[in-house]
Design a protein around this ligand. Structure first.
Ligand SMILES: Cc1cc2nc3c(=O)[nH]c(=O)nc-3n(C[C@H](O)[C@H](O)[C@H](O)COP(=O)(O)OP(=O)(O)OC[C@H]3O[C@@H](n4cnc5c(N)ncnc54)[C@H](O)[C@@H]3O)c2cc1C
Length: 383
């Protein structure tokens, strides 16, 4: 694979970088404190083309691949994990599910609105009693005349408070196995959908995370997204790509922690010289830089396999596992280099570290990634 970005993606990266520096970095601390990302910022991201990166041009997007998505998410996450998570759930999960599994009418109806942020998307798999063991979900959709009736509870839904459209994975058969589930596109205006209070989280605070309750929610036949019985399998396809996006989110957070540490080590003086003149600090910075670069290579490698049409799930898991754990390590080292200042909210590193912890948990925890990587490795070796 090529490690240098092609020219059009360099332009995309610069656009996202410029946007993040102007419209996100100055406000991220305030949004974290207020636990809310302004609608205006989301609208601006839509106008700048940052929410339709992977949506085909015929549906109003930029028609780019997963590599482009990772480039954008890295730049946004560099300054604010919560804004990047908003994009990851909106584009990487909800939009991508409709793009991968939806029919042409659904794509025509929803993708242009998702691309320019007329509506925000959310994706609903997890439930109060199951996250990792997602196939234990009990939200059910039952056939009723020409449509479906949905009943159940969803949990931890990113963007849920503001979303205009939800992709909901529900059980459509009592039989065991992966084919017992289907996906539905549910609009916010439906009767019986109740959006709960946002969680009070340690990080990603500007990103809203809510429980949802579905009580006799009626949707039409045309709400079925993908084939009947394919909902769980399609969700796993969405998650394979989503993991690469989350890896790029951690890459951006880790890079932010590194860049802040480099800056501080040059500015701050101790014993009459800048901090970075001390070999102990240099060693730390060198290890941080090495880990950030390694994560970038894993992210780009994994994304490229999907863009080449041979999506490598093991590469996706490897990128997510390494990048998310890397950003935590690099984050704590950055706090250490900042000394007392690093322990305050005046330095953005503490926020980036809090934001990153989610990346070791969501869209398949580190434990799950290790299981998937090991399983794939054994399969390869025994083939
Ligand atoms: C901020 C935030 C945003 C989220 N956004 C969304 C969203 O938009 N949509 C959505 O559907 N979900 C979302 N989630 C849910 C998220 O994907 C789940 O939290 C995650 O999958 C873990 O599930 P759980 O919390 O139920 O933990 P559990 O599944 O209960 O796991 C608890 C712990 O046990 C470990 N564990 C579980 N099984 C095993 C095993 N077999 N072997 C070893 N260890 C194991 C896990 O790794 C974890 O450390 C979000 C969560 C958070 C916190």
């Amino acid at each position: 694979m090529q490690f240098a970005l092609p020219e059009d993606l360099v332009a995309f990266r610069d656009l996202a970088r410029d946007f993040a520096q102007k419209h996100i970095a100055p406000f991220a601390r305030k949004w974290d404190a207020e636990k809310w990302l302004p609608d205006e910022t989301i609208k601006k991201m839509g106008e700048a083309g940052l929410l339709g990166v992977t949506i085909p041009e015929e549906y109003g997007g930029a028609g780019q691949g997963l590599l482009a998505m990772t480039v954008v998410v890295e730049e946004i996450a560099r300054h604010c994990g919560a804004t990047a998570l908003m994009i990851a759930a909106h584009s990487g999960l909800c939009t991508n599910h409709i793009k991968l599994a939806g029919n042409d009418a659904q794509k025509r109806k929803y993708l242009p609105q998702l691309a320019d942020a007329k509506i925000v998307g959310a994706w609903c798999l997890s439930e109060p009693h199951c996250g990792t063991d997602a196939a234990a979900l009990t939200t059910r959709a039952e056939k009723d005349g020409n449509g479906w009736v949905i009943n159940g509870q969803k949990m931890w839904i990113t963007n849920g408070k503001r979303a205009g459209v939800f992709v909901v994975i529900a059980r459509t058969s009592p039989q065991p196995g992966a084919r017992a589930f289907s996906a539905f596109i549910v609009e916010r205006s439906v009767k019986g959908l109740e959006v709960g209070e946002p969680e009070d989280k340690m990080g990603m605070r500007a990103s809203d995370t809510v429980p949802l309750s579905f009580e006799n929610v009626r949707v039409g036949e045309d709400a079925l997204c993908g084939k009947l019985g394919d909902g769980y399998v399609d969700a796993l396809r969405v998650l394979d790509r989503g993991r690469v996006t989350i890896a790029s989110l951690s890459l951006g957070l880790g890079r932010g922690c590194l860049e802040e540490a480099v800056k501080y080590a040059a500015e701050r003086k101790a014993f009459g010289k800048p901090l970075h003149a001390n070999q102990a600090i240099q060693m730390k910075l060198a290890d941080m830089e090495t880990q950030v670069e390694a994560a970038r290579i894993l992210v780009r490698q994994a994304a490229s396999t999907f863009d080449a049409g041979r999506g490598d799930k093991q590469a996706a898991s490897t990128a997510k596992l390494f990048a998310s754990e890397m950003a935590s390590r690099v984050g704590w080292d950055s706090i250490q280099i900042h000394g007392g200042a690093g322990y305050t909210k005046d330095i953005c590193v503490e926020r980036l570290v809090r934001d990153n912890k989610l990346c070791e948990i969501g869209e398949g925890s580190s434990e799950v990634q290790r299981m998937l990587i090991a399983r794939a490795e054994f399969q390869k070796r025994s083939a």
